[in-house]
Design a protein around this ligand. Structure first.
Ligand SMILES: C[S@@+](CC[C@H](N)C(=O)[O-])C[C@H]1O[C@@H](n2cnc3c(N)ncnc32)[C@H](O)[C@@H]1O
Length: 225
């Protein structure tokens, strides 16, 4: 099993399809090393199909200013960097232990990434109050918080900018796949997020059914209604 994570591979796609995509996905030695670390230490990282889509978007869009909420051990950050090394990346996580591991990987590879230990919502508030703007924002933190991140992320995007949220289909539960009661609140919050994400007329949202579900949001820069 080449790309097996500590958790089930098949969140939405059948496990063998996710695994096949993982074996197809060409990636650098450093990424394989981070995958090994994630498996050994049971730390969540992007699924292979999501990692590929993230790289595809970044390599096509070539964003200059990039913000990531949810660094983890830096796997997605490294995918962003490797897809477009000229990007200026700021990555935020509230878990200092994970952030330190990520910093170790960035340092060893000589990758210039700004790491910030903070709560995502606090960081977004501060960025807004300072008038910062981004070309690309990747959100992969606690999914229950997405409805509270939503409008702030939109306000931080430059016209033409893109935001990508991971885990929005939550194993398909959000789309009606059967689940047990303990996930009810999380599913409700994600449904709320998906309902209101399209509220602003100058944004277009795309729901991508890979990994655990990706939501791509585009700031059109004009009113589409
Ligand atoms: C799934 S992991 C991120 C995985 C990473 N994007 C990757 O693919 O390598 C989610 C991360 O979000 C962080 N997180 C959760 N809620 C957060 C919040 N409110 N603010 C900042 N970080 C948060 C967790 O500490 C965790 O490291």
């Amino acid at each position: 099993m080449e790309f097996k994570r500590w958790r089930n591979l098949g969140e939405i796609l059948p496990e063998e399809v996710e695994e096949f995509i993982g074996s197809f996905f060409e990636r650098e030695e450093l990424l394989r090393e981070v995958e090994e670390f994630a498996k050994k230490e049971k730390v969540p990282i992007l699924l292979p199909s999501s990692a590929q889509v993230l790289r595809l978007i970044v390599s096509l869009k070539k964003p200059r200013k990039v913000l990531e909420i949810g660094t983890g051990i830096g796997y997605s950050t490294l995918n962003i960097y490797l897809a477009h090394p000229e990007a200026e990346i700021t990555t935020v996580d509230s878990n200092i232990k994970r952030l330190k591991v990520a910093e170790g990987f960035f340092k060893r590879a000589g990758i210039p990434v700004e790491t910030v230990e903070a709560d995502g919502l606090d960081f977004l508030r501060e960025a807004l109050s300072e008038g910062r703007k981004y070309d690309f924002i990747f959100v992969d933190s606690a999914k229950g918080e997405y409805p509270f991140f939503n409008y702030k992320v939109q306000a931080l995007l430059k016209p033409g900018g893109l935001a990508l949220f991971d885990n929005v289909l939550f194993r398909g539960y959000v789309a009606g796949r059967e689940h047990d009661g303990r996930y009810k609140r999380g599913v409700k919050l994600l449904k709320h997020f998906l309902k209101y994400i399209k509220e602003y007329p100058n944004f277009r949202a795309y729901l991508i059914g890979v990994g655990d579900g990706l939501l791509l949001l585009e700031n059109l820069g004009y009113n589409r209604r």
